[in-house]
Design a protein around this ligand. Sequence first.
Ligand code: SF4
Length: 445
Amino acid sequence: MNVLKKLKYALMTNLIGKPYLRIERKKSEKKIAKLFNPDSPLNPPLKITAYTKEFVSSHYFKGRYIEGVKPVAWVTSGAPIEILKALGFFLIYPENHAALCGARKVQMDLIKTAEKEGLSNNVCSYVRTDIGSLLSGRTPAGKLPKPDLLLACSNICQTVLHWYRMLEKHLNIPLVIIDTPFVYNEIEPHQVEYVKKQLLHSLLPVAEKIAKKSLKEKELKKVIKFSKDATELWLEILNLCKEKPSPLTVFDQFVFMAPIVEMRGDRETVDYYNEMYKEVKSKVNTRKGALKRERRRLLWDNLPIWFKMRELAVKMAERGISIPISTYTYAWGELAPLMDLKKDEFEVIAKVYLSPILNRGTGHKLNTMVKMVKEFKLDGVILHSDRSCKPYSMGQMDQRNRLIEEFKIPAMLLEADQNDENAYSEEQIAIRIESFFEMLGVSYG
Ligand code: SF4
């Protein structure tokens, strides 16, 4: 380890980073207070909202000075990170970074850069955002650390394989791919064995070599425990949204889920969700909803539209439409029961990372949605047909038809994209939403 770099890291993150981010948090608190004025149809968000920004920013801030201090890996959102964490890796999730760019509305410039360099607009907008950022060096995170290792897992889509191969070539560093077979019904023992072998024989030796140390079972168990605790808390928080009025909407959850994706496996993340749980619970106890008036409750399917979050949240709230849950935010909580600490760690990791919603059949998603509609007492479903995310959007037309015809649940398709504003038609979306509201019997007033 480079001593000078370590000193600089400690100095910058503790003496400069912490006070700087605290000032930024104060600014955020003021900004939030302005947004949620007495005329807003939304109640003020959780107190922890401003801290969330500080918490996530502190991760990226550390990343600016981490090179030479810790090994760095860039990983896909569903990658088996517990092994890397236990070896001391610092992790960057390019998908989360792309989402951050979308939420800060700086993604279109980056997308343009990537397209100018030859990436087709048919490629997922997360890829275009991140490649644009890599080529231009522009990022709202200040600077992303260069990775020593790339880890891609096929449990979310095949796009990541092409994306990470592109990164491998460009950065000239090792890439490990973990292939997860598709789960049609139940997870089969041979599938667990197949993934476990890859973890043990492909990922582990490369990661140990880069980290210059061997994996310790105790460390791995500790990281899995932190992942499990945070995931369980996240699930409990989401389950509190079954209450009427719902204390949170998906637009809050999309922001609050960042640490469960990019900081799971850390003790601080468990503390963060513990605090959040207490605050959400107290909102439930005092029957304080996210909306001032909750008239209908809907389910959101698929990724958010990052660059339209605030507008959509207000538009829905103005009509008393609450969206207390989504398949996307809930998917992270659903993994909690699989993290069985008494079992072989590699088997547990293999099972967990075989299970994401995108690695399962479309029938599984439909059943999940029907179950959620019942449990969260919902009046309908919005299926975001996301042009970029083909695996998530696959089968949505059939799912919508079956929801309406078989389960008598009102449902609508909303065609857009998580990051690409060119695939978002303001007019078309407004018409779709209005006619759905009408169908739900929700008019102004
Ligand atoms: S296609 Fe979907 S799952 Fe794959 S990287 Fe893009 S948004 Fe993520």
